[in-house]
Design a protein around this ligand. Sequence first.
Ligand SMILES: [Zn+2]
Length: 354
Amino acid sequence: MPKRARTSLLRTLKAAGIFDRVRDSRWRRRRLLILCYHSVCLDDENQWRPGEFLTPARLRDRFELLKRGGYHVLQLEEGLERLRRNDLPARSVALTFDDGTCDFYKIIYPLLREYQFPATVYQTTHYCFRRMPVFSLICSYMLWKKRETVLPATPSLGVTQETSLSQLAARETAVHQIIAFANQRQFSSEQKNELAAELARVLGLDYGELSRRRVAQLMNPEEIAELAAAGIKFELHTHRHRTPRNRDLFLREIEDNRKALAEITRTRPVQFCYPSGDYDLMFLPWLSEKGVVSATTCEPGLASQRSQPLLLPRFIDTTGQTELAFESWLTGVGALVSAGANASRIRSLFSSRR
Ligand SMILES: [Zn+2]
């Protein structure tokens, strides 16, 4: 459905009291809304990737809506267990944060504490131990930062032709060239970091400053350990943020990720989230074999008893989601509309107390 038609449908439903009715229905009570977030911006990253970075103010607004709406924010593990037992409180929500970037420690965790909301971080771990930016991300960010300029052909970066950086597609091509250049030479993380520093030099950016501000960096082991001790759950998201179709490589991603998290947090994580929402049915037996009990996707929906535990839906909250759309998902109306239900269908479903 086009965005304008959806907005007008949601407005109509809200004005007619349908949001409240669905929110307090038996149907909604039997469902858990798992919210997916990534990061909040330290600087201007929300303009670079509005889908992954919210401003801290926006995240606070969302938490305020959860609080004012009387939503029960449950730890994911508890939410899934109570969903299984058909024992969820009304208006159940679980908060999940993908990747575990350093802004979680600096900004998101203090906000969670203020609101006393539990949360799960799906932590990718390769870069946690390296205290340097994630290579692909920092290259992409720097090219965006210099989007009003031209990147000259630079053989030492693997960039074969002069590239105007104003268009997203051209920037992505340049990033792919630089990554391919590093991969062909089997660069270590340290060598990739030097390559990123070289890109910064060519672009006229201060790489030392970007590194000090920890742009595109993950939480380090000390930060993760501190938050784990304070009650944040750290769960699986693969070690290198990838989902190979090769069984041995896939299992290694789980093993390496779990080993790293176990060392840092002294727990054995068994919940998983597909990086970039990239899943394949072939992964399910592999996850079961590794003792993984739940896995979340980026497919929009509310989790119910009928959901496959290794393919749980989530709602991804992004900069582009209006407050009305977000609220519609909290109540459950958003999921119904997304599944194709029209106004009269929703009205008839929730006309009497269910
Ligand atoms: Zn991720």
